[in-house]
Structures are given as structure tokens and as C-alpha cells.
Ligand binder design. Structure first.
Ligand SMILES: NC(=O)c1ccc[n+]([C@@H]2O[C@H](COP(=O)([O-])OP(=O)(O)OC[C@H]3O[C@@H](n4cnc5c(N)ncnc54)[C@H](OP(=O)(O)O)[C@@H]3O)[C@@H](O)[C@H]2O)c1
Length: 328
């Protein structure tokens, strides 16, 4: 089995290679990136010489894991499909296309079967939120989510990490990945804004959540904020359910939920934090409580954190690949 990683030198691409080494160690992996990186050696458990991504890169490849920005993906993904490879893509380019499944393996693995050559990996903040709350949704049915995110700089790729590292040493160095300094700061903007004042990142959770849960009426009000942490996005989430939830049962559901660690003992200072969850594949959930502002008592509040380069991108992609291989 030969797997190409497109964008192998980036934050997600490098993590994909590490995840493949961990989970599918026998796979032959081809590292593709721009001409700038051709010949560069990536070293993890094994060494990989980076090749320039060209129209011939996919001739001998079974699967392509995509980790490039939308305009670059638009150039290579159709070529990969034409060459007979299956693409699992991390950009947002195809996520809402009708014939492209959008998959979180813990939630909608059956959707993988409907692919026509491309499967999309959801937005990282969406994956972390939906894994965190899926067991509660299955029990009481989420009608509305109010979300505030605290998103790490690595969500903006390697340049986001460089900006924070530079500015910690010298705050006068300007940001390249962000519209403001990020060290000793936070920025309530991720992506461009639309006419209603929402950023592109804020729209993703509602649009993608509806598709993943097959829940057309899901309502999401999201505020996305970039914060000066290196990796692992955190989210404060208020869930309004159709049915009245029970707090004690919610705790028990979260203890058993797939992909979740229930870390919730606030009096002992136990709740999810970015450092606790970095470089892990599980989403941590804590601070679970009733929403005291809801007189109908149909709402719960929680805080979650998950490594968005791993579970929000690379791990989720490799899990999709594992499901594809299992069904072959
Ligand atoms: N970072 C996250 O947490 C995260 C989470 C979920 C989804 N995503 C999505 O995943 C994708 C990758 O994000 P990232 O954070 O890994 O970005 P990144 O660190 O900036 O990496 C970008 C990658 O794209 C490659 N690339 C650029 N131009 C290219 C070209 N012309 N041909 C081939 N490769 C080219 C780069 O190669 P060079 O080194 O040669 O320039 C690099 O490997 C994006 O669509 C992003 O939205 C990111």
C-alpha cells in the first residue's frame, strides 16, 4: 500500500506521517510538498526525502492524505482522483460538496461508503466539539450550541507557531499568520468576516455539524478566538437540547463516550487544558454543569480541549483511512 502525503512539510502533514508510522507502520509513504521543499529530508522513526508535488505524483499511489490550503488542493486533488487514488483531504474545499462525505469516525463512519474518490476531514474545532458532545446529542438531541473557542497558533500552520515563538522573544516582530501580534494577546478573528459579522471559521461548526450529524436544523452561534497557546484548541460550549437532560446521566455518558476523556473535578483543579491534551488523540471534557440561565433546564455547559493537529486533523484522517482499509 502506497500513501502520499500532500503538504508533508507542514504542521498537519508532518503529524500525518507520524500518525502513519504509529498506526500503519507497514505503509509506504511518499512525502510531497512544493518545489521549495524538494530534496529536504523529514526524519521521524523513518526518513523521508520530500518530492515536489507534480501531476505525475499520484501515478503509483493508492491513497493521498491532503494537508495543503484550498487553492493548492484544488490543483492536485482532481489529478489524484483521476489517477485512481482515494483522497482524504484536510482543506475546507470539498467539505460541503454533496458527493463528498465529511467524516468523524467516532460519529458517522458509515458515510465513508458514499465517497466518489474524495473524503473530507472536518474543521478542527468542529471535530473537537462534536466528539466532546456526541454522546449527549445521541441521548437528548442538541437543538442549539453556543460556542466560544480558544484556538492555538498551530491551527494557522507552521507560520502561526513561528509568529508566537518569535514574539515571545521579541514582541516587536510582526505577525505573518495573524492580523495582530499574538504573543501576550488574543485575536477574535479566524478567517474573513461575512455580511452578518461572522468569520469563516465560525460558520464551519454549524454547516459541518449539520452534515456530520445529518441534522439540518442544528443551530450554532460561535465566536472563534486565536489565543497564544502552541497546540490544542479549547472550547466553551452551551448545549440546548430538545429533551430535558440529566446532569448525573450526562457524567456517566461522557465517562463511556468514544474518543473522550472525562476530566472533571474542579475542586481538585481538574479540567481540560491545552497542555494536558497536547500530542494526544483523545478529546478531554470537563466543567460539566447545568446552564443556570435556562429556566426550562434543557441546557448543559461544558469545556473541552483536544489536540487539533492530531484529532482535529492528522489522526482523524488516518482513522478514516483505517476504516477504508477495514472495509476493503
Ligand atoms: N494546522 C491545523 O491545526 C489544521 C487543522 C485542520 C485542518 N488544517 C488544514 O490543513 C491544511 C494544511 O494546514 P497546515 O496547518 O499543515 O499548513 P502549513 O503548516 O502552512 O503547511 C502547508 C503545506 O502545504 C505545502 N504547500 C504549499 N504550497 C504548495 C504547492 N504549491 N504544492 C505542494 N505543496 C504546497 C507546504 O509545503 P512547503 O513547505 O514546500 O511550502 C506545506 O507542506 C490546510 O488546508 C488547513 O486549513 C489545519
Amino acid at each position: 500500500m502506497k500513501i502520499a502525503v500532500a503538504g508533508a512539510t507542514g504542521a498537519v502533514g508532518q503529524q500525518m506521517i507520524m500518525c502513519l508510522e504509529e498506526r500503519l507502520p507497514d505503509a509506504e509513504v511518499k512525502a510531497l510538498a512544493s518545489l521549495r521543499s524538494a530534496g529536504k529530508v523529514l526524519e521521524f522513526k523513518k526518513k523521508y526525502v520530500v518530492e515536489e508535488l507534480t501531476e505525475h505524483s499520484f501515478d503509483d499511489v493508492d491513497y493521498v492524505l491532503g494537508a495543503t490550503e484550498n487553492p493548492i488542493t484544488a490543483q492536485w486533488a482532481p489529478l489524484a482522483v483521476k489517477a485512481g487514488a482515494v483522497v482524504i483531504d484536510n482543506s475546507s474545499l470539498y467539505r460541503l460538496d454533496e458527493d463528498v462525505p465529511l467524516v468523524i469516525p467516532e460519529i458517522n463512519p458509515e458515510d465513508i461508503r458514499t465517497h466518489h474518490g474524495i473524503i473530507s476531514n472536518p474543521n478542527c474545532a468542529t471535530i473537537i466539539a462534536l466528539v466532546a458532545v456526541n454522546a449527549l446529542h445521541r441521548r437528548w438531541h442538541v437543538e442549539r450550541m453556543i460556542v466560544s473557542t480558544y484556538q492555538a497558533v498551530s491551527g494557522a500552520g507552521l507560520q502561526g507557531i513561528r509568529d508566537l515563538e518569535n514574539q515571545i522573544k521579541d514582541p516587536s516582530i510582526p505577525s505573518v499568520a495573524f492580523p495582530h501580534p499574538i504573543a501576550y494577546n488574543l485575536i477574535p478573528q479566524i478567517g474573513g468576516f461575512d455580511a452578518e459579522g461572522y468569520s469563516s471559521e465560525e460558520r464551519k461548526m454549524q454547516n459541518e455539524g449539520r452534515k456530520i450529524w445529518h441534522h439540518e436544523k442544528l443551530l450554532v452561534n460561535c465566536t472563534c478566538v486565536r489565543v497564544p497557546t502552541m497546540r490544542s484548541h479549547c472550547e466553551s460550549i452551551t448545549l440546548q437540547f430538545r429533551d430535558r437532560p440529566d446532569l448525573e446521566e450526562a457524567r456517566e455518558l461522557l465517562k463511556k463516550a468514544e474518543g473522550v476523556v472525562y476530566a472533571d473535578a474542579p475542586s481538585e483543579h481538574l479540567y481540560p487544558t491545552p497542555l494536558m491534551t497536547s500530542d494526544q488523540d483523545l478529546v478531554y471534557v470537563g466543567r460539566l454543569r447545568e446552564d443556570i440561565s435556562d429556566p426550562l433546564k434543557h441546557s448543559l455547559v461544558l469545556f473541552c480541549s483536544g489536540d487539533q493537529i492530531r484529532k482535529g486533523a492528522a489522526t482523524n484522517t488516518v482513522q478514516i483511512l483505517e476504516r477504508l482499509l477495514a472495509e476493503k
